[in-house]
Design a protein around this ligand. Structure first.
Ligand code: FAD
Length: 527
């Protein structure tokens, strides 16, 4: 992916990490970290970015205890880093404890689909509290409740600072949130207490929880009456107390880590929307073989079977140039000659990369989007090329019905669709996309009985996805999600029935066979 505007920029409160900065930032850090490994082409990562930015802003005062970061696995420079961290799916969230002595892949944060700001805040607190003592951040103020005897001694000891005691139920997180909101502030200590000791509650005049009791530096004390214990209100009130000051900012986490990635994208290449570009297909294949699959250390079981099937389909049907076809043939032969039930992906990667040194074999080693180039670098790109790849494969299977003879797919009209289904399920980095696609496929793919029906099935399903994503943040405004092909590309595909738009499916099929057939593929901009 070309450098340019990504989902996060220097103005956001997140630390933007990359292959150079991630280890320096995360390991042996005085604070814990919560990192989002994302992919700038993944629609769900795009949709989630505003929430992650808001979360980072919301907990920016917690930085001495926890820092929020992001790393874009779609950046070519970061492919190896995401592999080292074992991140095959996006977005992936990982916690790292403070003071890690050696490399670790971190602890997965799975929120069961719910990652609103409050849920993540609470997960951070749980993580901080359950970290082993030697891994607690330096600035970790005790989030544990204090006892009645500690409260009594605080009331009698003379302090030079404010002490705020938040009385709340055990399951409430608000007190701990306020403690973290104030860890960068001097002249104040915030603690939490549970309402278990009735005598002390009575003594302090606390009739209900949550309540906040404040001990002043001069020793006087009393309930804060005018502030309900709502986190933001209470934190603002405490920060505004006379003499309470924010300490000088320690190093700002994102300085030096952000890559200043808000530059304007390079001018869009002029391209013809009526054409399919080899540069898109080959860039997609490069990304699949060297990035998406390379995130899997070992292929075995269903993954290995899917990979082998995928290579067979590519070798037989990819409408590629001889130098790419030679690579696919070599890969296919190597897989057949290795009847192993487990293959380290590095062995495949070696083969893909080393065979490149043999003359006559070459697959581009970078992405060069043309018809899939977005108006911003986080839009379009890889998922666009993946659709185009599979449309091409269904069309190739339909126009060359004997191509799969003598393979396990012989006479199987669903060969490409089932291979795509399995590829998406096992390897496609966007896990939410994969879930949607599986649900859609499961319902209807069995109705496909011919190779032509397979071409039309994928066209129809892609239009369903276009419809669902119309207006979503992942939509490129310069390339709106429309029902495709539009009438300028294929006037004969469109008709009317009873005053309603209808598709002329014979014309659509003929159009798809032309558009995705290899006669028309443009080599312009291809390496
Ligand atoms: P794409 O939709 O990627 O289309 C690429 C090109 O294919 C178009 O430019 C056009 O030339 C052609 N085309 C368009 N429609 C058709 C059609 N009906 N038949 C044939 N060719 C067509 N993103 C999400 O945000 N959420 C999801 O759930 C999601 N699920 C996905 C599932 C799969 C299997 C894939 C491959 C991608 C998914 N994506 C999802 C990504 C999304 O569909 C787009 O690929 C991405 O937003 C880029 O859009 P685009 O404008 O390049 O057009």
């Amino acid at each position: 992916m070309a450098r340019g505007e990504t989902l996060y920029g220097p103005g956001d409160s997140v630390s933007i990490l990359n292959k150079e900065s991630v280890a320096r930032a995360v390991f042996n850090s005085s604070s814990a970290w919560l990192l989002e490994f994302y992919s700038s082409w993944c629609g769900h990562c795009i949709n989630y970015a505003p929430t992650w930015k808001s979360l980072a802003r919301d907990v920016s005062d917690w930085e001495p205890a926890i820092k929020i970061g992001v790393l874009d696995c779609a950046e070519e420079d970061n492919y190896g880093t995401c592999k080292d961290f074992g991140v095959p799916l996006y977005p992936t969230f990982r916690f790292f404890t403070a003071f890690t002595k050696e490399f670790t892949q971190g602890e997965n944060y799975k929120a069961g689909g719910d990652r609103d700001i409050q849920t993540v805040r609470q997960a951070i607190i749980d993580f901080l509290q359950t970290s082993p003592a030697e891994s607690k951040p330096q600035a970790y103020s005790s989030l544990e409740p204090i006892s009645s005897s500690e409260i009594s001694s605080l009331l009698t000891q003379k302090q030079s600072h404010y002490t705020a005691i938040i009385f709340e139920s055990e399951e409430s997180y608000e007190g701990r949130e306020v403690i973290l909101d104030l860890i960068q502030y001097s002249n104040i200590v915030v603690r939490r207490a549970l309402p278990s000791d009735k005598a002390i509650l009575e003594k302090l005049g606390i009739g209900s929880v949550p309540s906040c009791y404040l001990i002043q530096p001069n020793g006087s004390h009393g309930l804060i009456n005018d502030v309900k214990s709502v986190r933001s209100q209470l934190s603002s009130h405490l920060k505004a107390l006379r003499g309470v000051r924010k300490r000088l900012p320690s190093e700002t986490a994102h300085s030096g880590l952000s890559k200043g990635s808000q530059q304007e994208d390079a001018a869009m290449k002029e391209f013809d929307r009526s054409k399919l570009y080899m540069a898109d297909l080959e860039s997609g294949l490069h990304y699949i073989l060297r990035a998406e699959l390379a995130n899997h250390h070992t292929l075995e079981g269903e993954k290995l079977k899917t990979f082998k099937d995928f290579v067979t389909i590519l070798y037989k049907l990819f409408p590629g140039r001889p130098r790419v076809m030679k690579l696919l043939e070599t890969l296919q032969e190597w897989l057949v000659s290795m009847p192993l039930d487990k293959i380290p992906y590095d062995a495949i990667l070696d083969l893909v990369n080393n065979k490149m040194r043999i003359s006559g074999i070459f697959l581009t080693n970078h992405t060069q989007w043309v018809g899939c180039r977005g108006s911003k670098s986080h839009l379009r790109g890889y998922p666009c090329s993946l659709w185009k790849l599979f449309h091409s494969l269904t069309v190739q299977a339909a126009v060359k019905p004997d191509a799969l003879a003598n393979t396990a797919f012989e006479a199987d009209p669903q060969a490409v669709l089932q291979t795509m289904r399995h590829y998406i399920r096992e390897f496609f980095g966007c896990r939410e996309c994969a879930k949607h696609f599986e649900a859609m496929t499961k319902e209807t793919v069995d109705s496909v009985k011919t190779l032509d029906q397979a071409v039309l099935w994928l066209w129809r399903k892609h239009n369903v996805v276009n419809n669902r994503l119309s207006g979503a943040p992942s939509e490129d405004p310069k390339f709106p999600k429309v029902q495709w092909p539009t009438s300028d590309l294929c006037p004969a595909c469109h008709g009317q029935m009873g005053g309603m738009h209808s598709w002329n499916e014979d014309e659509v099929l003929a159009f798809l066979k032309r558009y995705y057939g290899n006669q028309e593929i443009s080599l312009e901009f291809a390496d």
